[in-house]
Design a binder for this molecule. Structure first.
Ligand code: URP
Ligand code: ZN
Ligand code: ZN
Length: 477
């Protein structure tokens, strides 16, 4: 199958140009002057499919490096399966995800890795890789890290919160980081001080403050800043490269920026919810159906931050200045009925997570429209940097000859009303993004040369996606 995308504006992280893109089989074969011929050869006449992208952007497919499809968490499972979640991602212009294999205490990392293949293989609409979550960091976990790298799992997430579920103590973190320093794995951190949070949560519940709003109040920015600093110091001590996930507090950004200025390999991701949503939005949202409990829709960790404190503004700024390098969703969806409502009367029992895998490309494009980031930076933070950060660049994250034919045709004159009448494709009974209007639209999505979304139709299949054996982070020397 050969496809020619003609007359479009090709946007890479490095620049923008009017160009035609030829995809041959699964790969991009050429990026050409508009209308040009290859040594006199009529390209258009020789391809199977011609797409006219006049007036539209032709961008590398989105890479969402933080998802939790069907993750067992908070007494339930994230509501998107690999099938529903990757299909929703495709609808939104994301052609690669990196999902988290979970190792709970006493489980074996490699067994869990194989279990995750059992869930994902043959069920993904788009390509997928895995990170591995480590909880209790047994001796065997350290040797498993070497084995997993050979399998293409080159990044490992640890948690400084969720005692008894995910939490690793500082000694365990140190040991895992020592291994990362030795084998080149990128160490990822959920940076919140769990012990402090657990006491604040207990005190809030005892005082009768049980509504979802208190989820945010009991996970203050100080707990994020302190844990971010501690993780950076342990990484500094060991020499491990460190990636802080889902950064929401401006003070945590400052910790990351400071370490980077001193030359340390520290990176940070934020998520659309921390760019757009706030604790105040959560408080104001009282509905007929749910009353104050409606705030459960936005319960995630790290939590949404007070707008009055300027965190959201700071996240955009940090994306511009490269104090934060990329945007993932932390897609971890739960339905209100039967899942989030487990926390009625006790916010600490609300499963933590927000679903956004379908909306990330649109929400970040709106940042271009509103002057928060440039067009090229949009591509960089949503596709190019995630691909480089997690060892996939060259195949993913760029439109150039030899790259995978993962291409999105994005219409800046189109419009997307998010969440309206539950029109999303994620397996959720609500949208955390209800009412968001985007001045742009994902028109066509091509995954390894195959058109899977075309003019409002999904025409892919659940087995289109292949497992990606990732290399080490391409930001490290
Ligand atoms: O609330 C969140 N973020 N849920 C997913 C698990 C995690 O910590 O990433
Ligand atoms: Zn986390
Ligand atoms: Zn997560």
């Amino acid at each position: 199958m050969k496809t020619l995308i003609k007359n479009g504006t090709v946007v890479n992280a490095t620049g923008t140009a009017n160009a035609d893109v030829l995809i041959d089989g699964e790969k991009i074969a050429a990026v050409l002057e508009p209308g040009s011929k290859l040594i006199g050869f009529d390209i258009e006449g020789s391809v199977d499919n011609v797409i006219d992208a006049k007036g539209k952007y032709v961008i590398p497919g989105g890479v969402d490096a933080h998802t939790h499809m069907e993750m067992p968490f908070g007494g339930t499972n994230a509501s998107d399966t690999f099938e529903t979640g990757t299909r929703a991602a495709a609808w939104g212009g994301t052609t690669t995800i990196v999902d988290f294999v979970v190792q709970y205490p006493d489980q074996k990392p490699l067994e869990q890795y194989h279990a995750w293949h059992g869930k994902a293989d043959g069920n993904c609409a788009i390509d997928y890789g895995f990170h591995q979550i480590l909880s209790d960091v047994q001796d065997a976990s350290l040797t498993a890290m070497d084995d997993l790298i050979k399998e293409g799992v080159t990044s490992f997430k640890l948690f400084m919160a969720y005692k008894g579920v995910f939490l690793s103590d500082d000694g365990q973190i140190l040991r895992a980081f020592q291994k990362g320093a030795e084998n080149g794995a990128l160490m990822m951190m959920h940076a919140e001080n769990g012990a402090v949070i657990d006491v604040l949560v207990k005190q809030a519940i005892e005082a009768g403050n049980t509504t979802p709003y208190y989820h945010g109040l009991t996970r203050p920015w100080q707990a994020e800043e302190e844990a971010t600093h501690r993780a950076i110091m342990i990484a500094n001590l060991t020499g491990a490269p460190l990636y802080i996930v889902h950064v929401s507090a401006k003070q945590a950004v400052e910790q990351i920026a400071h370490a980077r200025d001193l030359g340390q390999n520290v990176f940070g991701e934020t998520c659309p919810q921390y760019l757009y949503l706030s604790l105040e939005d959560q408080l104001g949202a009282s509905s007929k159906e749910w009353g104050d409990f409606e705030g459960a829709k936005w319960v995630c960790s790290t939590p949404l931050r007070a707008r009055g404190e300027g965190h959201q503004h700071h996240m955009w700024q940090a994306l511009r200045t490269n104090d934060l390098q990329m945007v993932s969703t932390d897609h971890c969806p739960f339905c209100m009925k039967g899942q989030k409502d487990m926390g009625l009367g006790d916010f600490s029992k609300i499963p933590n997570g927000i679903g956004s895998v379908e909306h990330r490309m649109d929400l970040l494009y709106q940042g271009v429209v509103e002057g928060n980031i440039s067009l090229e930076r949009w591509v960089e933070v949503t596709s190019t940097t995630p691909a480089r950060m997690f060892g996939m660049y060259g195949k993913k994250g760029v439109i150039q000859p030899g790259a995978d034919g993962d291409v999105v045709i994005y219409d800046p004159k189109g419009h997307t009303s998010i969440g309206l009448n539950k029109t999303h494709h994620m397996n959720m009974d609500y949208s955390a993004w209800e009412g968001f209007e985007i001045d742009g639209h994902v028109d066509t999505v091509i995954s390894r040369g195959k058109v899977i979304v075309d003019g409002g139709n999904y025409i892919g299949s659940k087995s289109d996606g292949k497992y990606i054996k990732r290399g080490l982070s391409q930001y490290l020397i």
